[in-house]
Write a protein that binds this ligand. Sequence first.
Ligand SMILES: *Cc1c(COP(=O)(O)O)cnc(C)c1O
Length: 432
Amino acid sequence: MSNLTGLNHELHVFEALESEVRSYCRSFPTKFQKASGYQLWDTKGSVYIDFFAGAGALNYGHNEPRMKQALIQYLSGNGVAHSLDMATEAKERFLTDFNEIILKPRNMNYKVMFPGPTGTNSVESALKLARKVTGRQTIMSFTNAFHGMTLGALAVTGNKFKRAGAGVPLNHAISMPFDGYMGKDINTLEFIENYVKDSGSGVSLPAAVIVETVQGEGGINVASTAWLQGLEQLCRRYGMLLIVDDVQMGCGRTGSFFSFERSGIQPDIVCMSKSIGGYGLPMAITLMKPELDQWSPGEHNGTFRGNNLAFVTATEALRYWESSQFMEEIAAKADKVKTALDHIIQAYPELDGEHRGIGLMQGIALEQGKAERISQLAFEKGLIMETSGTNSEVIKVMPPLTIDNEGLEAGFQRFEECVNEVMSETRKPVKV
Ligand SMILES: *Cc1c(COP(=O)(O)O)cnc(C)c1O
């Protein structure tokens, strides 16, 4: 411990005691203390506007007051906190309300599985179920996909660096071009169908296709509604199950509760996590069409599938979806973000930026290095913004969906200052 004393650097404890694997704390190097709505405070009293929202786990903002109240009340009443997958009142309320508020009004019929509390747990359960039900092994995924860090999910993830972390071959998966991957004028579905139908392609018929309707980590790549519909038809034609990974894009991020609602497709299996717990508490669900629910009791298991504190806040979060008002508010804010990003792209033509995204998942794709520099400068100005894309080439705007106009405007003012600074930095040296 002697190496801990004498040094006063505020992140010293983390550097000395926590693994090198930590990442976000390197991009945002301060010690946070409290948070509310779209704001965070550090121990030095600096205030940050949050345009990152816990990577999509904080769609309803930090410490959402109604959820906090429900949580405090549940805790004071000695509500069960941990229950494996035993029946509890808190879980019953969540299941009932999820069915009434989310599934029924959308004419959806899904069984709900609690696969363990993380997104990657949900993805693993979906892949296992698809393989079990079809008796086939291969899963089709897409270029630039991100599905999580456990082996099954990594096998369907595109990123080379993350895949290499596995240390073993990642197999029983095949990566196909996402919408737009082969250029604007090429329909990748035709390309994919050739592989699926041709017995000489070397690709055996997949059990399922797993897709993000908008690839968040992969660079904010939006699949068109026509492509998604075509993908669904392709799945039906060849008897492949359609899995939508809505871990990050679900819970309103793209404007509707499920990200696939804009396309009208009906996935066989849906993975959700991140904001499903509402408060930033760990929780995940896997939705499956009832006829696919062929699990044997305990065949997929996990100690933390009964996080009742998350069930309490998740139930409270569903209140946002009782009317169309929340969706309308998201749409209005999404327009505002689009306008602000277009303004920046036009006002700084040298930036050569390309708008990406829909809903409150938008950003600008930039020449390599610029997005990371903007993120760095933004942090110095009290704005939390992350990058995405294989080469961190996209600067991402994903605030809590509950952010108000004042917060959006203040954030964009800082954002534009950063863009301005990056432009003057890159203007100075002679370009090679
Ligand atoms: C974050 C994410 C995951 C993994 O979720 P974890 O909770 O980090 O395991 C899977 N899929 C998508 C699309 C994600 O954004």
